[in-house]
Ligand binder design. Structure first.
Ligand code: AMO
Length: 442
């Protein structure tokens, strides 16, 4: 076969996206761009399915009716070539949009390697690693794009909600000198002549910033050297964080449940097509969410013959049992102080218990947060109790010298929320280019 002639885009500009094409445009000349998703031949006809960012469109080439130049180009096409088509819209009941395009002119901008490493139609299922190795191609599937359109809608709703509630968006450093969420999961960075680390969370900075702004939020990537290779852990993940001055745990739990309610409402209303592609329905949860204390959770587990010693973290197998008892969003409150990070505030009337909480969905932890210690002395004591050096937290502790008020906040894992919003079971599918212990490319 002779090599495909590559055309220039020249003065061609799109007049319509595929989503704009319908029977009402019958007879109108349009110019569309996109990628060849499917090619089918039927007698003297060649059907192309063209895909752009809004969806798919049928292009029908009548071999004996159109200019030979168009036929020649159409014959040379392969899946995923990028092309432009100038043509006439024709009302066609059987076509996907009730209309098709009959081309008058065609330009081919780029070819694709054949065979493709993946079946883009998804009819032949590929393993997750094969898909991720060819991620940009994998993302050509409308179902996969739908996930990230849902993410966009969710973020838009979250930002609007938080801004309306008086939070200001901030950006804190990613290169830091001390651990915030436990030392073992730190990634070291060669920082000129010193060693630094990638931030595990914005915890220390968001706490400091409430001294000035009272209410802050941040949406950004954080890093943990996660050795647990599960379907809900990555080594780089986006966290939605808030922190608020003059607030306790209950105050910020209310903000969190209302945010979830609003995000679900917005996604259900604005992502109808995406949810249909994903075959997923969103039930907007009513607020308030159920609140269970840690001790109550242990009792419920005991009744199910699952024993968790008081004070310990709850293992995944136990969470799975709990998720069956509570198949919805719920909070676990009043965690043992020793099971929580050093900055979580012990309860005034019982310091064994803390004002820390987790937000769960079925068996998955979506968020954790709490009221914070705002007394410098107590914070130093807690650091020592957790075997952390007060010296390495010197600059953080300094902020507590300038009128640190009572405060509280939380961090919400965006990808985990997205799993719930889309019904996708593996966190790697809801992140464009996931990073885990074994994956650093693409
Ligand atoms: P925590 O460590 O519980 O709390 O993290 C908050 C939320 O972030 C998400 N998350 C992850 N998602 C994917 N992969 C990971 N490896 C991963 N680790 C955490 C989870 C989790 O609930 N500073 C506190 C928050 C606070 O108190 O404000 C913190 O980081 O959804």
């Amino acid at each position: 076969m002779s090599p495909v002639k590559i055309d220039k885009m020249g003065d061609w500009r799109r007049t319509h996206y595929s989503a704009d094409i319908g029977p009402e445009l019958d007879g109108q000349e349009v110019l569309v761009f996109g990628w060849v998703q499917e090619i089918r031949d039927l007698g003297g006809l060649r059907f192309l399915i063209l895909q752009d960012k809004t969806g798919q469109l049928q292009i029908t080439i009548h071999r004996h009716k159109v200019a030979s130049e168009v036929v020649e180009k159409a014959e040379s096409l392969q899946k995923q070539y990028s092309i432009g088509v100038k043509g006439t819209v024709k009302k066609m009941g059987k076509a996907p949009r009730g209309a098709e395009i009959v081309p008058n002119e065609m330009r081919i901008f780029s070819v694709s390697q054949q065979p493709l490493p993946l079946d883009i139609t998804g009819r032949t299922k590929a393993e997750i690693d094969v898909r991720l190795d060819a991620r940009v191609l994998d993302l050509r599937r409308e179902e996969n794009q739908a996930i990230f359109k849902v993410q966009h809608a969710a973020l838009e709703a979250a930002r609007a909600f938080l801004s309306k509630r008086g939070y200001i968006e901030v950006f804190t450093p990613r290169i830091i000198v001390s651990a915030t969420e436990g030392g073992s999961a730190l990634f070291p960075v060669a920082y000129f002549t010193r060693e630094a680390f990638l931030a595990q969370s914005p915890q220390l900075y968001k706490e400091q910033l409430i001294l000035d702004f009272e209410q802050v939020f941040e949406i950004g990537p954080f890093f943990r050297a996660e050795e647990s290779h599960t379907r809900r852990h990555l080594s780089e993940f986006i966290s939605v964080d808030i922190e608020q001055a003059f607030a306790n745990a209950e105050d910020v739990m209310k903000v969190l449940e209302e945010l979830i309610h609003n995000v679900c409402k917005a996604v259900a209303a604005n992502c109808e097509r995406e949810l249909e592609l994903l075959g997923h329905e969103i039930v907007v949860p009513e607020v308030p969410f159920k609140r269970l204390t840690y001790s109550k959770v242990l009792e419920e587990l005991e009744a199910e013959k699952v024993h968790v010693p008081w004070g310990e973290d709850i293992p995944t197998a136990a969470y799975r049992v709990l998720g069956k008892l509570h198949p919805y969003y719920y909070f676990i409150t009043d965690w043992p102080t020793k099971a929580k990070a050093f900055y979580i505030k012990p309860k005034d009337d019982n310091p064994e218990l803390s004002e820390g909480f987790d937000l769960m969905w079925h068996w998955i932890e979506l968020s954790s947060g709490g009221a914070r210690i705002h007394s410098k002395e107590l914070l130093m004591k807690r650091l020592s109790e957790q075997g952390l050096s007060t010296e390495s937290f010197k600059t953080h502790l300094q902020a507590f010298d300038y009128g640190m008020p009572p405060h509280a906040g939380w961090g919400l894992g965006l990808a985990r929320l997205l799993m719930v919003l889309t019904g996708v079971k593996n966190i790697r599918e809801v992140v464009l280019f996931p990073r885990d212990q074994f994956r650093l490319t693409p």
